[in-house]
Structures are given as C-alpha cells and as structure tokens.
Ligand binder design. Structure first.
Ligand SMILES: [Zn+2]
Ligand SMILES: [Zn+2]
Length: 156
C-alpha cells in the first residue's frame, strides 16, 4: 500500500460533479455510481445505476434523464403525491409539443419508444417501452408529475 495518494490526482470527472448533483436533486435520484452498458437515448453516454425512493433506476449524468420500471414509476408517483397533498399546488407547465415529436430508442432493447402524454395532472410527455415495461423520464419530469396534484378549483 502506498502511504499517500498523489496530491494532484487528475480525476476531476466522475460522480458527484456539482452539475450532476444538481441534476439529480431535482428528481431525487440517489447515485450508486456504477456505469452500465446501456446508453442514454438522448446523449449517448453510459447510463449509471441509481435509486429513486429505494427503487433501482438508471440515470444519465449529462441530461438528468431517468429510466425506470413502469411499476416503480407508478409507486413513486403515488407515494410522492400522497405526501404532497397538503403542499402547495405546483404550477403546471404547458404540454411540451416538441417532446411529442422526439423519437428515442429504448436503452434496454433498442426498440423505438412510444411517446405519449402521461394522463392525469401534470402535463408531461413520457416515453415508454411496452416490451421492457420501462419508462424514460426527462430531467425533472418526475418532480413535475409528483408535484402536480389535481386542481381543486372547478373546471370551466
Ligand atoms: Zn442523457
Ligand atoms: Zn425496451
């Protein structure tokens, strides 16, 4: 064993850059640090292993996108919304039409993912692969969905 690590270890990249922690904080992703064989469908960098509320996810340290199982997505959303019921209702962003035009491939099987609005409160386009039962969420989409509780005011 060497006594000291080099004083100027040339390793400024890696998990935990300020940019990445900020990205991950938005959706509550806990990085586990391992790089995987799958690549981000948007930026083509290796996805990393992480966790959201204890559920395993893959995430991209570049764009903050998250890949997770359909079931875990539903559970996380339900849990977060139930905790949010008494909170302030979040501003709902208008539906991003551009997101509907994007086409990405499933990081797991390579099939084209289906892009569709997530029905319910929160105007968010999500991408899903019915073959793998995975959903791809762009940065902060999970946070947007979780904080979008049904408006209590009457509809026009
Ligand atoms: Zn990415
Ligand atoms: Zn797939």
């Amino acid at each position: 064993m060497s006594a000291f690590p080099p004083l100027h270890a040339d390793d400024s990249r890696g998990v935990g850059s300020p940019n990445e922690s900020e990205l991950l904080a938005a959706d509550g992703v806990v990085p586990l640090g391992r790089e995987l064989n799958s690549s981000c469908p948007c930026c083509d960098v290796p996805l990393r292993a992480g966790e959201i509320d204890g559920h395993p996810v893959l995430y991209c340290g570049e764009c903050g996108g998250v890949l997770m199982r359909n079931g875990a997505f539903g559970t996380v959303l339900r849990d977060r919304r139930s905790r949010h019921v008494d909170g302030e209702p979040a501003d709902v962003r208008p539906l991003d039409r551009n997101a509907a035009l994007r086409e990405i491939d499933c990081p797991s099987c390579g099939r084209r993912m289906e892009t569709h609005p997530y029905y319910g409160p929160g105007n968010v386009m999500i991408d899903s692969c019915s073959h793998c039962e995975l959903v791809w969420l762009d940065h902060a989409e999970l946070a947007d969905l979780a904080s979008a509780v049904a408006p209590r005011r009457p509809r026009w």
